[in-house]
Design a protein around this ligand. Sequence first.
Ligand SMILES: Nc1ncnc2c1ncn2[C@@H]1O[C@H](COP(=O)(O)OP(=O)(O)OP(=O)(O)O)[C@@H](O)[C@H]1O
Ligand SMILES: [Mg+2]
Length: 506
Amino acid sequence: MAYIIEMLEIDKYFPGIHANDHVTLQVEKGSIHALLGENGAGKSTLMSILFGLYQAEGGIIKVRGNEVRITDPNVANHLGIGMVHQHFKLVHNFTVTENIILGLEPKKGLVIDRKKAAAKVEEISRLYGLNVDPQARIEDVSVGMQQRVEILKMLYRDAEILIFDEPTAVLTPQEIRELMGIMKRLVAEGKTVILITHKLKEIKEVADTCTVLRRGRLIGTVPVADTSEERMAEMMVGREVNFHIAKGPAKPGEVALRIEGLNVRNPKGLLGVKDVSLEVRAGEILGLCGIDGNGQTELIKAITGLAPIESGRILLQGQDIAGLKVKERLDLGLGHIPEDRHRHGLILDFRLDENLVIHNYQRHPYARAGILDRRAIGANAARLIEEFDVRCGQGGATSTRDMSGGNQQKAIVAREIDRSPAALVIAQPTRGLDVGAIEYIHKRIVAERDKGKAILLVSLELDEILDISDRIAVIYGGRIVGLLDAAKADENELGLLMSGSKGRVA
Ligand SMILES: Nc1ncnc2c1ncn2[C@@H]1O[C@H](COP(=O)(O)OP(=O)(O)OP(=O)(O)O)[C@@H](O)[C@H]1O
Ligand SMILES: [Mg+2]
């Protein structure tokens, strides 16, 4: 069988960690090859080596049978290798076509032919069913569309091998289905796809082959058709994984978080949240589900103090907190696992141990008379790293920026759950996490509930909502259109409510 890519015995070290330990990856031309592994297993590192962003300390790379040295991404491009990163790199006030030809500016004397470029963009778009409007401005298009522009950019440069690093983490279920279709069309046209994902369902749906890494080492490469999701999970984690956690019935107490007649404007100045009333009791998990962009983000921001409200009340244990600052709300017993971990969750320039005490470092036991107690801060980090299995090269001293995406997420979740606030607002808590980590985080969320905490869970993952919520609220067009007992809810009914085809105002 012809391998288009061979990475043989690749070795890569970072301070304190052997990120790739003699890893071998062989990819057949015209296939979709999945790369699976726990958070921090070394997947992004391996792909960054293939794309020329990192240099390996050992091993050989062959492209189409020839040994190559990929010293930077330009070399990768010349070899026909393209990569879509998780955080897109598009210029927002440029059009689709301008973004695609950016960096391909003609040499001296030549003028770039925009018309021709736009025509080529349109042609590629049609061939692969990308549905991209060449004239649209990036700032006006959805995240899913931005991703398709990134794909187009690779294809415009004649990439034959396309690397996707967790492409579905930021997409809605509908966009995920579209992307799966695009990938199938890419291989039908002779391209080769390498796909990093934590979602076993996606691997089952599109991939031909799956390579599993664990702690920097190759565990094995298997044909997807003959391998169950359970088996793949076991290969990556090294033990059996429970996809559904066991939980007892909720014992709801007093209302801990009450929202009354809340109206919130979105960044466009329109009402994103319309007259929403909700209550979350101590000892229960209220799941809020809806299609992305139906007011969830505005609602969370209003509750946690990241955005002002238009009118209404937000009561935390009876006290109206709507006018208070973020910090004041946290001090009164609110917790928040934010949707955007880079913007609101972590300070990437800080060390991990500092990020883990970001809300309370000025206080006992982390400071005395204004002086930080480094020992106490370090001990707290060591405990959380152990409890939540945060994988990092240098313990609490690890630079947060250098941590893998999933481990950054685990750090935020660890910090917020460990504070054990009376009311915890959780948005997309398991985005980017491996199945083993998801199992653990779900258990800890339920444990908080059982300690009598009130939990508001906002998630785009319907499985997650159905799995751990006690009650489910559905948001559509900024309004709550349904309120159901989770034990009796089914996916179809939720789907109808979420799409607005069945309104049942609570
Ligand atoms: N630039 C860097 N400097 C130092 N350490 C790094 C750097 N990049 C990655 N690492 C470390 O190497 C290990 C592997 O990271 P990598 O990003 O490859 O993991 P991953 O498998 O992609 O995980 P995830 O599923 O969480 O994205 C991690 O422990 C990470 O902390
Ligand atoms: Mg990664």
